[in-house]
Design a protein around this ligand. Structure first.
Ligand code: CA
Length: 554
């Protein structure tokens, strides 16, 4: 984009930047990147950041074992019956890392092409090799949710029985790369068959350091009885506690994230609240995106600083000529000691340091004589970044957050449900247009009429007031279908055609019809198609406004 280039040029100091993202990009280029290059940071940790890393939409990485319902969860979130390239099945061979992104037309881009596209944040994935790239793709299609966020679907984590199967690439390393680059990691676990396999443990270990982004979802919780659910929850917390340094910050959501009726309904209310919480968290991602980028840059800067001290200390210890191999071995062996010496001397937190065992392994393949000595000027720049520059961006960040609070978060898909109706959280940002207004007058018969007498009976049993039922009056009856509340919310939204927050006789019949459609396993339309609009709402405004006047006067 040319406007992007313009933005970057001309910025000479931090005082000139207009957005947090711009400031971070400037700081990275000026103060962090030179140090990364000088001490070959990317050989040990992660590749240098690019334009697309700063500019991309918030991304969600969805990981989980086979059959935990990852793809179903994503389709549920997007309210997309099928996304091209999204396959569900127990066959590991059909499994891919799939970046699901917004596009005006459906298309699928293979991994080999993705890693050369400068507009996508995936260029640095090429070192993971051809086998991986053959299992990586990007799917574009139009979807409202994807206008605000992108989603990365991942191959299922292998169970113990399939352990011997080789993937041909370093799966946990790829997961780690994504975890470092996304805004949220959703770890889906199956309450029905939670299996803590080897690869599961290694994948969790790969998420270490990104605990703040992690949300754990105990899915299919409706498939087990409450007592068993408690046991599964306990086992999961225990293994997460072992894997992470700060398990207490982890949030585990319990629920059933698919549009099917609940099997065991004891915890229906809990599931509903958990789903609302999780969706609210996702909905807020665009608002917290700048803060996430800032946190990630600080995290990275601290690691770069530790790395610079480690490499320069190793360089200092190496003899110029004799017994170099011998000394190298000793230095690697004594690395833990070196770590704590550096921590003490420079007052650094152990949390800033890389994993020692991994670093030891990597150092074996490096020629220590090429390491660079300490360059105080570069480190002074970095210290300035951490101590004063980031603080200078804070007022800008607060301002952006204040502005973002007035903008709606992610809209669309299952998330639309939080915008209105009795199943909704209060969302002051959404003022949907009444659907009837745009509906073309249609002479087709109304499908719903067939069963209307049946629905009318229920309608009048729920004791309507002045010909209408309120959300509270209908809610319990709708929940009785055991459909997830987000689906019911969506149905409410479609059925309350004139958006007055009430259901009249026809709207109620329409809601009942849509529930039956859903219970029969069909998808819901994103918008009410003209032939489903109740006859009285088809005759445009004149009759609509008269109706609401009647109601208001009465
Ligand atoms: Ca209505």
């Amino acid at each position: 984009m040319s406007s992007k280039d313009l933005k970057n040029q001309g910025v000479k100091s931090l005082n000139e930047v207009c957005t947090v993202t711009e400031g971070l990009r400037w700081l990275y280029r000026q103060k962090l990147l030179p140090l990364e290059k000088y001490y070959a940071f990317s050989d040990f940790h992660s590749p240098s950041l690019e334009e697309a890393d700063f500019d991309n939409k918030p991304m969600i990485l969805v990981v989980g074992q086979y059959s935990t319902g990852k793809t179903t969860f994503i389709r549920y979130l997007l309210e997309q019956g099928e996304y091209p390239g999204g396959r569900i099945g127990p066959e590991p061979t059909s499994d891919c890392f799939t970046a699901i992104m917004h596009g005006d037309v459906h298309n699928v881009i293979p991994g080999n092409a993705l890693v050369v596209d400068p507009n996508k944040p995936f260029r640095k994935l090429s070192p993971f090799g051809t086998t991986f790239l053959n299992r990586f793709q990007c799917v574009h299609f139009p979807n409202q949710v994807l206008e605000s966020i992108s989603i990365i679907d991942t191959p299922g984590i292998l169970s113990s029985s399939k352990r011997k199967m080789s993937r041909g690439y370093d799966f946990p390393a790829v997961v780690r790369w994504f975890a470092e680059h996304v805004d949220r990691v959703i770890l889906l676990c199956d309450a029905h068959k939670l299996e803590l396999s080897d690869e599961f443990s290694r994948t969790i270990a790969a998420l270490r350091g990104n605990e703040d982004k992690l949300r754990v979802v105990l899915n299919k919780a409706d498939a087990v009885h409450p007592q068993q659910l408690m046991r599964v929850y306990g086992a999961l917390m225990w293994s997460l506690g072992k894997a992470f340094r700060t398990p207490e910050v982890l949030r585990v959501y319990i629920g059933s994230f698919w549009s099917a009726p609940l099997k065991v309904t004891d915890n229906q209310k809990l599931f509903q609240r958990e789903e609302e919480d999780l969706f609210a968290d996702i909905q807020n991602l665009p608002r917290s995106s700048a803060l996430r980028k800032l946190n990630d840059l600080v995290k990275r800067a601290r690691l770069v600083r530790a790395h610079a001290y480690i490499i320069s200390a190793l360089k200092e210890e190496m003899p110029l000529v004799f017994r170099r191999d011998h000394k190298k071995r000793d230095l690697i062996y004594d690395l833990p000691l070196l770590f704590s010496r550096i921590q003490q001397r420079h007052q650094l937190s152990p949390g800033d340091f890389p994993d020692c065992a991994r670093m030891q392994e990597q150092l074996m393949n490096h020629d220590f004589s090429r390491f660079k000595a300490l360059k105080p000027r570069l480190l002074a720049d970095l210290d300035e970044l951490l101590t004063t520059d980031i603080a200078k961006l804070m007022p800008l960040l607060r301002e952006e957050e204040r502005e973002a609070a007035y903008r709606p978060g992610v809209q669309g898909g299952a998330l639309l449900d939080t915008s209105s109706g009795p199943f909704a959280e209060l969302n002051p940002f959404c003022h949907p247009e009444p659907a009837g207004e745009n509906a073309e007058p249609s002479d087709e018969g109304w499908v719903v009429s067939r069963d209307k007498p049946k629905y009318d009976e229920i309608f009048y049993n729920l004791s309507p007031h002045q010909g209408k039922l309120s959300g509270t009056q209908v809610k319990d009856w709708m929940l009785g279908t055991r459909l997830p509340s987000s689906v019911l919310g969506r149905i409410w939204r479609l059925a309350d055609v004139d958006r007055d927050g009430m259901l009249d006789e026809e709207e109620f019949a329409l809601a009942s019809h849509l529930m039956e459609v859903k219970l029969e396993g069909f998808g819901l339309p994103p918008m009410l198609p003209p032939h489903l609009v109740p006859p009285s709402k088809r005759r445009r405004r004149t009759s609509n406004t008269e109706n609401s006047k009647d109601c208001g006067d009465a």
